[in-house]
Ligand binder design. Structure first.
Ligand code: PLP
Length: 496
C-alpha cells in the first residue's frame, strides 16, 4: 500500500533521544530558570513533542502531501466545482512583493497600483456579467448570495415593499436556501420541474406581491441551459421581483451570453472556480457580485472608483486619474475585512488579462465540448435522465446499475480513487437518483477523458461485493462520513 507510513502521526514515529539538530555546548554561564521566571509558572516536565531526525520529518510531510487528490496530480471531475488547472504563472504574479507586501492600511496614494488592479477587475466582471456595478468583497459564492440578498432586502425596504419570499428550483445548490434563510427571507422551493428545467406554470403559481427574489443557476445544476430564462426573468419583473443568477456555472457561458442580457438583476462569481483560484480543502475563495444600476448604491463598501485629480491628501496631479475607495451612499455595510480575499482576486485578474475576450469564449466552448464528449463516451453505462446535449457538465445516473447489479454511485466514486481519479460529485443535485455529476473542464486532454471513460467501463464490470468495499488502495477506505464531519478528531492524543 502506498504511503502507509505517512498515515502515522509524527508522535507514533517518535524515538526517544532522536534529534534533527545537535547544538554545541553552551559557552556562557548557565542560570537556573526559576531565577528568571516565577517557579509556579514553570512546567514540571518537558513538552510531549515527537523526537525525530530531519529526514523523518521531511519524508513524513512529503508523503502526507501526496495522500490528497489535487488538480496538479489527478483528473478531478467534481461537478459544480470547476476544478480546472490553476496556471502557475498566476501564483508567481500574485506573489510579487509589490502585491503581497502591501498593507491594507496603507494610504490611497501609496496603493494606486493595487487599487487600479481592483478597479479593472470590477470593470471586467461587470462586462462579463452584463451588469454594471460590482462588489469584490464577498469571500465565496455563498457569501456573494447572502450579500446580494441583503442588497435586495435594502432595496425593497427603501421602496416600502414587504417582500418576504425567495424562490428557487429543487435542483438549487444548498447554499441558495441557506443564504435566503440567513438574510431573513422565507424559502420557497419549487418541486415541480419540466425535464430538469424550470416549469413556467409552476413558477407562475408561486409568484405574488410577496416574491422578493428568484434564485436560478444557469446553466442549472443538471448542466442544462434554461431556454426560457428571458421569459422567466420577465415573469419575475412583472410582479416586481428580482432575479438572482447563481454564477457557479459561468464556465459554460463566458463570452457566449451574459446574466444581465437574459434578465438577471444580481449574480455572483466564484473566482476560485471559473477564474482558477486554487480551491478545495477550504482554501480562500472570492465571490464578487454584480448588480444592476438601481442596486449599486446598496453594495457593500468600499468599492474602487476612479476620478480625475489628485489623491488624498490633494496633490496636484493635473489631469491624471486616480483610484479611490468609496462607500456607496446607501451601503448595507461591510461584508468582509478590508477588500475581500485580494490574493484570489489577483489570480483571477491575471487569468482574465491573459485570456482576453476571445480566450474566455474559447474556455467555455472547450468546457462544453469536453463535457459532451465524455457524456457520449459513458452514456451506455451511466446515462443522463435528460439525454440531450449538456453544457459544461452533466449529471449521469447509476440508477439502472443499482437496480440490476447493486452497484451504487458511491461504489463507483470510491473505486475511482483506486485508479487515481478524484470522484465526481455524487448524490447532487437531489432531483436525480444515484446522481454522478461530472465536470471535466476545458483544461483536460482527450487522452485523459478517454482514460477516465475506459476506467468507468472497467469498474462497472467488477464484482459488486468488491466494489462495496472500495477503495482498496487508499489509506482510509470508507470512513463514517457523518461522524467524521460532526466529530472530527483533529488532535493526536497520546496513548498514556
Ligand atoms: C460552489 C457553488 C456555490 C457556492 O459557492 P462557494 O464559493 O463554494 O461558496 C453555489 N452554487 C453552486 C451551483 C455552486 O456550484
Amino acid at each position: 500500500m502506498r504511503n502507509k507510513l505517512a498515515t502515522q502521526p509524527l508522535f507514533k514515529l517518535s524515538v526517544p533521544g532522536r534529534r534533527g539538530a545537535v547544538f554545541p555546548d553552551s559557552d556562557v554561564p548557565q542560570r537556573p530558570l526559576d531565577e528568571l521566571l516565577p517557579a509556579e509558572q514553570l512546567a514540571t516536565s518537558p513538552p510531549e513533542l515527537p523526537e525525530l531526525t530531519e529526514p523523518d520529518v521531511i519524508r513524513h510531510f512529503v508523503n502526507l502531501s501526496t495522500l490528497n487528490m489535487s488538480v496538479d496530480a489527478n483528473f478531478y471531475p467534481l461537478g459544480s466545482c470547476t476544478m480546472k488547472y490553476n496556471p502557475k504563472r498566476h501564483e508567481r504574479l500574485a506573489g510579487l512583493t509589490g502585491l503581497v507586501d502591501l498593507h491594507p492600511y496603507q494610504s490611497e496614494d501609496r496603493s494606486q497600483g493595487m487599487l487600479q488592479l481592483l478597479f479593472e477587475m470590477q470593470q471586467m466582471l461587470a462586462e462579463i456579467a452584463g451588469l454594471p456595478a460590482v462588489s469584490l468583497q464577498p469571500a465565496a459564492g455563498a457569501q456573494g448570495e447572502f450579500t446580494a440578498l441583503l442588497v435586495a432586502a435594502a432595496y425593497f425596504r427603501e421602496r416600502g415593499e414587504e417582500r418576504t419570499q425567495v424562490l428557487f428550483p429543487s435542483s438549487a445548490h444548498g447554499t441558495n436556501p441557506a443564504s435566503a434563510a440567513l438574510a431573513g427571507f422565507e424559502c420557497v422551493q419549487m418541486d415541480k420541474s419540466k425535464n430538469g428545467l424550470v416549469d413556467l406554470d409552476a413558477l407562475a403559481s408561486h409568484l405574488s406581491e410577496k416574491t422578493a427574489v428568484f434564485m436560478i443557476t444557469n446553466p442549472n445544476t443538471l448542466g442544462l441551459f434554461e431556454p426560457d430564462i428571458a421569459k422567466i426573468s420577465q415573469m419575475l419583473h412583472d410582479v416586481g421581483g428580482l432575479v438572482y443568477v447563481d454564477g457557479a456555472n459561468m464556465n459554460a457561458i463566458l463570452g457566449v451570453t451574459r446574466p444581465g442580457d437574459f434578465g438577471g438583476d444580481m449574480m455572483h462569481y466564484n473566482v476560485h472556480k471559473t477564474f482558477t483560484g486554487p480551491h478545495g480543502a477550504g482554501g480562500p475563495g472570492a465571490g464578487p457580485i454584480a448588480v444592476r444600476d438601481f442596486l449599486a448604491d446598496y453594495l457593500p463598501g468600499p468599492v474602487v472608483t476612479k476620478r480625475a485629480g489628485g489623491v488624498n491628501p490633494p496633490v496636484d496631479s493635473g489631469e491624471d486619474e486616480t483610484y479611490h475607495l468609496t462607500t456607496p451612499t446607501k451601503s448595507i455595510g461591510r461584508m468582509r475585512t478590508f477588500f475581500g480575499n485580494v490574493g484570489i482576486l489577483v489570480r483571477g485578474y491575471c487569468y482574465l488579462k491573459t485570456l482576453g475576450a476571445q480566450g474566455l469564449r474559447d474556455v467555455s466552448d472547450n468546457a462544453v465540448l469536453n463535457a459532451n464528449y465524455l457524456m457520449a463516451k459513458v452514456a451506455d453505462i451511466l446515462p443522463t435522465e435528460q439525454g440531450k446535449l449538456c453544457m459544461h457538465e452533466f449529471v449521469a445516473t447509476a440508477r439502472i446499475l443499482k437496480q440490476e447489479r447493486g452497484i451504487s454511485a458511491m461504489d463507483i466514486a470510491k473505486r475511482l480513487l483506486d485508479f487515481g481519479f478524484h470522484a465526481p460529485t455524487v448524490y447532487f443535485p437531489l432531483v436525480v437518483a444515484e446522481a454522478m455529476m461530472i465536470e471535466p473542464t476545458e483544461t483536460e486532454s482527450k487522452e485523459t477523458l478517454d482514460h477516465f471513460a475506459e476506467t468507468l467501463h472497467r469498474i462497472v464490470e467488477e464484482d459488486s461485493e468488491f466494489l462495496h468495499l472500495a477503495p482498496h488502495e487508499a489509506p482510509v477506505s470508507r470512513p463514517d462520513e457523518v461522524t467524521a464531519a460532526r466529530k472530527p478528531v483533529v488532535k493526536w492524543m497520546s496513548q498514556k
